[in-house]
Design a protein around this ligand. Structure first.
Ligand code: NAD
Ligand code: IPM
Ligand code: MN
Length: 331
């Protein structure tokens, strides 16, 4: 039997995870949902942001559904919630982070490398007090994510924008060489290189020009918040983090939103859309995933949350989504 590991996370995490769980149980009643700890909640309970039991449960799962982690209480601590998330991504080798943004005439997909670069390079403190983080990429690490980008572009509108900072960084020049080397294998894809500062400007001013954007870890982190902002906001943006084999991680682009946590007003749409991606890509339940995505679209128009200018609570939007699933299921 397929098994989903649900990691509710911190801040608004438990509030939006509750809605995702109800939708998942409705759409995939045969799927077992197991819960485990990550982030600040895990540190408080066990001292670790990613306990061994959670790692084992993730490896044993068909897919992982994750809420955001992070709590201001631990911002200055040595052991931080976010370390649990980075370790989980590395453990599952979930290197291909797909972050779609769709609204109006914008339909773009950011393909972000997720287990390399500045996040995972050498770091430390020198004797003189200098602190350093290092951006490192092996050519194979670049090639596998770039190939993902090409393959995804092939199945869409056939346009790939590779974003880098090749005018400054050696890792970006490696990135460009790899893109140019594999490009001839994808003759149906039209590829362009774009510097990251210009890409930010282009995303802000004419996001409709993009089909697939492939980029390294940190650039993809920043550009995906920007892409979300210009297509309705962070409360709407889902993601799927896939490996070549083994369970993927499905989670919103946004964080734990400590400023609104505990008030029941967070937008659960990003988490529900991540659940739709999980159904589709994680469990192979294509029709169920599409049905959930459509239900979220319909419910958002009927019961928008405060971040969208409405007044629906998290639970009200979640209930509206389930209601829409029923409406659609009626003959
Ligand atoms: P954030 O994404 O949590 O919040 C940014 C702004 O967007 C806030 O005003 C917040 O209220 C709003 N927002 C975010 N999601 C929303 C939703 N679903 N509905 C309504 N409003 C929403 O970013 P931040 O404040 O910089 O980070 C808070 C914490 O989250 C930090 O500890 C950070 O490390 C963590 N974080 C975790 C993840 C993750 O687990 N994948 C992602 C991003 C940030
Ligand atoms: C995201 C988050 C994470 C990242 C943090 C919390 C480690 O911002 O998923 O976008 O930078 O990858
Ligand atoms: Mn981010």
């Amino acid at each position: 039997m397929a098994k989903v590991l649900l990691l509710a996370g911190d801040g608004i995490g438990p509030e939006i995870a509750a809605e995702a769980k109800l939708a998942l149980e409705r759409l995939a009643p045969g799927v077992e949902v197991e819960e485990a700890l990550i982030g600040a909640a895990a540190i408080r309970a066990t001292g670790s942001p990613l306990p061994d039991e959670t790692v084992a449960a993730a490896h044993a799962a068909t897919a992982v559904l994750k809420g955001p982690v992070g709590d201001p209480e631990f911002d200055a601590a040595d052991v931080r919630p976010e370390q649990g998330l980075l370790k989980l991504r590395a453990e599952l080798d979930a290197y291909a982070n797909l972050r779609p943004s769709v609204q109006g005439d914008v339909d773009l997909l950011i393909v972000r490398e997720l287990v390399g670069g500045l996040y995972f390079g050498a770091r430390g403190v020198r004797e003189d007090g200098t602190v350093f983080d290092t951006c490192e990429y092996h050519p194979d690490q670049v090639e596998r994510i770039v190939r993902r980008g090409f393959a995804l572009a092939e199945g869409r509108r056939g346009r790939l924008t590779s974003v880098d900072k090749a005018n400054v960084l050696d890792t970006s020049r490696l990135w460009r060489r790899v893109v140019d080397r594999v490009a001839p294998e994808y003759p149906d894809v039209q590829v362009e290189h774009m510097l990251v500062d210009n890409a930010a400007m282009q995303l802000a001013t004419s996001p409709e020009q993009f089909d697939v954007i492939v980029t390294e870890n940190m650039f993809g982190d920043i550009l995906s918040d920007l892409a979300a902002a210009v297509t309705g906001g962070l409360g709407l943006a889902p993601s799927a983090s896939l490996s070549d084999s083994g369970p993927g991680i499905f989670e919103p682009v946004h964080g734990s939103a400590p400023d609104i946590a505990g008030r029941g007003i967070a937008n659960p749409a990003a988490m529900l859309r991540s659940t739709a991606l999980l159904l589709e890509h994680g469990l192979g339940l294509y029709d169920e995933g599409r049905a959930l995505a459509r239900a979220v679209d319909a419910a958002l128009a009927l019961a928008p949350t405060p971040d969208l200018g409405g007044s629906a609570t998290t639970a009200e939007l979640g209930a509206k989504v389930r209601e829409q699933l029923e409406v659609e299921a009626r003959p």
